[in-house]
Design a protein around this ligand. Structure first.
Ligand SMILES: [Zn+2]
Length: 117
């Protein structure tokens, strides 16, 4: 199954689930899509990424799914101040030109959102 099919199926299921209560489906799906993009960019093993995503898609609620992913990554990269796998001299800024790292920025936004949810 292609990743786009998985996302589309999960989006539909989440929308159905959202009819029973307030779930920020669009937010969660968008963040997950971005994370998948970064996972590809970082050349993580494709099968490992799919396995992780598939296990997360079994969760009922998108934000809980995102929270689990966040916790998993924090466990896996316990010493990272920046996003998992990144280590900048200045938090969230590229060392060469000081510009904002989009990956670390996304990581920060996800964790802020989860704290407030
Ligand atoms: Zn970074």
């Amino acid at each position: 199954m292609e990743i786009d099919d998985i996302i589309a199926r999960h989006k539909w299921e989440s929308e159905e689930a959202a009819k029973n209560g307030p779930v920020d489906v669009e937010f969660a799906v968008r963040q997950i899509q971005e994370l998948i993009g970064f996972a590809r960019y970082m050349e993580l093993k494709r099968n490992e990424a799919f396995e992780l995503i598939n296990s997360l898609l079994k969760e009922d609620e998108s934000l809980n799914m995102l929270r689990e992913l966040s916790n998993y990554l924090k466990e896996r990269f316990p010493n990272s101040r920046d996003a998992p796998g990144h280590s900048h001299v200045v938090d969230g800024r590229w060392d060469n030109d000081g510009s904002e790292c989009a990956y670390c920025s996304l990581w920060k936004r996800i964790n802020q959102k989860l704290l407030n949810t």
